[in-house]
Write a protein that binds this ligand. Structure first.
Ligand SMILES: Cc1cc2nc3c(=O)[nH]c(=O)nc-3n(C[C@H](O)[C@H](O)[C@H](O)COP(=O)(O)OP(=O)(O)OC[C@H]3O[C@@H](n4cnc5c(N)ncnc54)[C@H](O)[C@@H]3O)c2cc1C
Length: 502
């Protein structure tokens, strides 16, 4: 049982897309800094960032109806949609910078163009979708969106969904061709390969067990080397806890005041994957529907064309479920182990408040495969059970904290939690997730390295030209950036198309 004591500038815990993004940003901003990564699995991007564990949607609010709620006066609030779209534009710019600088190659291996569509049935929903379309149409970020409630047009857009549809309910969809399918697993692996060429030490099969502050103000990380069965101690001036679902238990170990009164609630997911190439060929879009009553926002059903291992495939879901694990590869004791004296009331309050969610999750867990197929048939009436199989997706640990809305409020976004002096930060939560990794990691940089931000700003603007500027308010700049990122990433989109209704 050897003990190794080593010092470095930065330690990144976890080799998911968040650590990859932060590492890649820091290597451009401070190339001389020494960075070490500790990942308990054998490769990068194996947990939530893996292509089979998430839906691969480049979330830009082009199709997700939960980002555009209806206000009490009947109008549609697009503020959140605009914010998420702006955040996705930052990711596109950083990825383009990496490709243009030859730091990563072959963007088609991680990002592909795919129309994003929203689909609804019923008079009320159709009227909501039309209002949403009209509200978004006035914004340059959503240029090119089309609306149709004409079944003939919908047959052109989504033949598989319209085939054999007998319902007389009004139906409508919006479609925008500038959507993307992102293989976050491939992207994460590419980023770690790039980091290795920049002398970042990436240690796989190294599990972080404890984090403590040392007397000289550094953070000491206790690491279990799984292969050697040894214990190592590494110290750093800055630690990023990018453990995905595993971040909360590690944050709790730091003992920083900011880690208190926070809990986590794991929601697991399942997808149906189509194994019939003829069916796969008939569909070409990501089609998002409306969430069921009581369903959490990340359980909106969608039928997605995906590109995985350079092969087109079709996934439907996610079906929510419950498992007490915080990671897919985690332990059944994760949830109970995260309950501490400082967060037990927060957790209990959430349990009482979230009865609708609990009921929904129980119903989802109880679904048989045939019942899941029935849900799929709401999208594809002709779906045959033999063409589809179930795959288990990643775990999402939703943050529970005390907010103005009350004790124990379930949060559906991502949260950066950092020590007041910026020496350690953790990322909690999972939505909108990997798509907005660049925005979230720039937040980490702003919060944790305020003394460097001014000096780094010119480089940040070189990598992300719209940094600090609202693209929604600068349509010309948006068009320019959209065109250059489309070219760099091989997305070949044409924004000259105007909005249309048919
Ligand atoms: C079902 C589902 C669908 C989703 N769909 C989308 C989508 O369509 N679009 C989108 O943008 N986002 C989506 N997301 C969210 C997205 O997948 C996550 O936000 C993102 O992958 C999180 O990246 P991460 O690096 O924080 O975590 P992860 O990718 O989970 O990486 C964390 C890493 O830390 C390691 N680790 C944990 N604890 C330790 C420890 N103690 N020591 C060492 N290593 C440790 C883990 O092994 C893992 O490799 C989805 C998520 C799920 C679950």
């Amino acid at each position: 049982m050897g003990e190794i004591h080593e010092k470095t500038d930065v330690i990144l815990i976890g080799a998911g897309t968040m650590s990859a993004t932060l590492g890649a940003l820091l290597k451009e901003l401070a190339p001389e800094w020494e960075i070490k990564v500790f990942e308990k699995l054998s490769n990068a991007g194996e947990e939530s960032s893996n292509e089979w564990n998430n839906a691969g949607t480049g979330h830009a609010a082009l199709c997700e109806l939960n980002y555009t709620p209806e206000k009490p006066d009947g109008s549609v609030d697009i503020k959140k949609a605009v914010k998420i779209n702006e955040q996705f534009q930052l990711s596109r710019q950083f990825w383009s910078y990496l490709v243009n600088s030859d730091l990563i190659r072959d963007p088609q291996d991680f990002i592909m163009p795919i129309p994003h569509m929203s689909l609804v049935e019923g008079e009320e929903n159709v009227s909501f979708l039309k209002k949403r379309f009209e509200a978004l149409s006035n914004n340059p970020l959503f240029q090119g969106m089309e609306f149709s409630d004409n079944p003939e047009k919908l047959k052109e857009w989504i033949p598989l969904i319209m085939e054999g549809r007998t319902s007389n309910e009004p139906i409508a969809a919006t479609k925008i061709d500038s959507g993307t399918d992102v293989n976050f697993g491939a992207l994460t692996r590419m980023l770690f390969n790039h980091l290795k060429t920049k002398n970042v030490e990436v240690n796989y099969r190294h599990s972080v067990e404890d984090i403590k502050r040392t007397s000289d103000g550094l953070w000491e990380v206790k690491v279990h080397n799984i292969d050697n069965k040894t214990c190592e101690y590494h110290a750093a001036k800055f630690v990023f806890i990018g453990g995905g679902g595993g971040s909360l238990p590690l944050l709790q170990k730091t003992g920083i005041p900011e880690s208190k009164h926070i809990g986590g609630f794991p929601v697991s997911g399942l997808f149906l994957v189509c194994n019939n190439p003829e069916v796969v060929e008939k569909h070409h879009a990501k089609v998002y529907g409306k969430a069921k009553v009581g369903a959490p926002p990340m359980s909106v059903p969608h039928l997605d064309t995906r590109y995985i291992d350079n092969k087109k495939t079709l996934l439907f879901g996610p079906f929510a479920g419950f498992s007490p694990k915080f990671l897919k590869t985690g332990s059944n004791l994760d949830l109970i182990g995260s309950v501490k004296p400082n967060n037990v009331l927060t957790m209990l309050a959430a349990g009482v408040k979230e009865m609708a969610l609990t009921k929904y999750l129980i119903q989802q867990v109880m679904l048989s495969n045939e019942q899941r197929m029935e849900e799929l048939r709401e999208f594809i009436p002709s779906a045959k059970s033999e063409d589809w199989e179930v795959v288990t997706a990643g775990q999402r640990v939703q943050v529970i904290k005390d907010t103005e809305a009350g004790k124990g409020t379930l949060q559906f976004g991502t949260e950066v939690v950092n020590a007041a002096d910026g020496s350690i930060a953790a990322l909690l939560g999972a939505s909108p997730g990997a798509s907005t990794a660049v925005h979230v990691m720039l937040e980490v940089i702003k919060k944790c390295f305020p003394e460097h931000v001014l000096e780094w700003e010119p480089k940040i603007k070189e990598m992300i030209p719209s940094y600090g500027v609202s693209l929604a308010e600068n349509p010309e700049l948006f068009r320019e950036i959209h065109a250059s990122t489309s070219q760099a990433l091989g997305l070949g989109e044409d924004l000259s198309l105007g909005q249309s209704v048919s």
